[in-house]
Design a protein around this ligand. Sequence first.
Ligand SMILES: C[S@@+](CC[C@H](N)C(=O)[O-])C[C@H]1O[C@@H](n2cnc3c(N)ncnc32)[C@H](O)[C@@H]1O
Length: 351
Amino acid sequence: MHSAVIPDTWRGVTPAPMSSTDAYNGFIAANVIFALDRIGVLERIGRGEPLSAAEAAQSAASAGDVARTEAVLRAAADYGFLKADGAGYLPTEAGREVASARGYFTWAVGGYHDVFGRAGHLSAGTHHYQQDVFRDEAMVALGSAQCDQSMFAAQLTDVLDGIDFRLIADLGSGTSARVRRVVSQREGSRGLGIDISRPATDIARREIAEAGLEDRVTAVRADVLGLLGTQIDNDAEAAEVAEVDTVMSFFLLHDLLADPATRSSIFTRMREAFPKARTFVLGDTMLRGPGESQSTLPVFSVGFELAHAMMGVPLHTKETYEQLFADAGLRIDRVEALATPHSWLYVLQAD
Ligand SMILES: C[S@@+](CC[C@H](N)C(=O)[O-])C[C@H]1O[C@@H](n2cnc3c(N)ncnc32)[C@H](O)[C@@H]1O
C-alpha cells in the first residue's frame, strides 16, 4: 500500500528570513524547554497540571535549587508556556504543545548543543568532530525515544499489526524503548535491540530489567556495520541474530549509508546478516528536495541537516533510498510519511 498523505507537522510555520529577535528568543526558549524536562516538569505541563518552583525543586532527584527553578519557570511564562497562578503556574495551550514536542529539544539541546555551539569552530577547522566536539549519545537516543512515544508509536503499532513476527531486531535501538513496547504488545514474541552506544545500551538494559522483560528483550551493544559483516563474538547473540524474522530500524540508516565505499551494499549485507528475515520495517529522515520549505520552515529539518553536515555525515533523498532498496532486492510493500518532517516509514519485503 502506498500512501503519500503528508501530516500537518511537516508544514513550515517559522518564517524565513527570521529576525534577530526571533532567532535570539528561539535559542533561549529551546534551552528553557529542555531545562523544564530536566527539572522534571515538562510531562506535567503536557498534562496541564499546576506546578511551582518549590514543589518541583523538592521532588528533584537531588536537592533542587528553588531560585534557579523559579527563574526557568518565569522564563517559560515569558515565552507563554506557563501562566502565573498564585504562588505557582498553570500550563497554557502553547506549553502543552511544546511538551508534546519535547523529543526535539532533548535531541537538539541535550544531544547536539556542543555540535551546534561549535559549528563555527568546526567550519573554521580549529576544532574537529569526535576530537574536541562531541554529541551526547544518551540524549540523542532519549530524544528519539521521546519522539517515538509521542509521535510514531500508534503508526508503528498499526504497521506491525499486519506483520507476523516472532523475533524482531531493532538496529540502532537507542534506549530500546521501541523494541520493548513492540514485544510487550505481541504475545510470545522476543526482541533484540542493537546499539553502538554504551550509555544508550546501559539505559536500555536498566529499563528492560525494570520492565521485567529480561527473558524477552536483549540489549546488545554492537556496531551494526560490524554485524552486517557478521563479526559477532558472542555465540548466543550470533545464534539469536540468525533467527531474527523481522528487522526494524529507525533514524539510523543515514549513519549506515555515510561511507560512499559501502553505501550501495548496506541493504544487501543487512539481508545477509539476518538470513531468515523477510520483512524490514525501516524509517529515516531524508534530505529535503531543492527549494522545499524556503519561506517557512518546519521543525527539525534545518537542525538535522546542519548537525549531520557538522559531523561529516551526508544525507540522501527519498529517491536514493528507494533505489538502494530496489538494488538489494527489497520490494516496497508500504510507505508512509512519519510525523517528523521529511521522515518516511517503509515496509519492505525480501522476495
Ligand atoms: C537517532 S538515534 C535513534 C534511536 C532509535 N532507533 C529511535 O528511533 O528512537 C540513532 C541511534 O543509532 C545508534 N547508532 C549509530 N551508529 C550505529 C552503528 N553503526 N551501530 C549501531 N548503532 C548505531 C546511536 O547510538 C543511536 O542510539
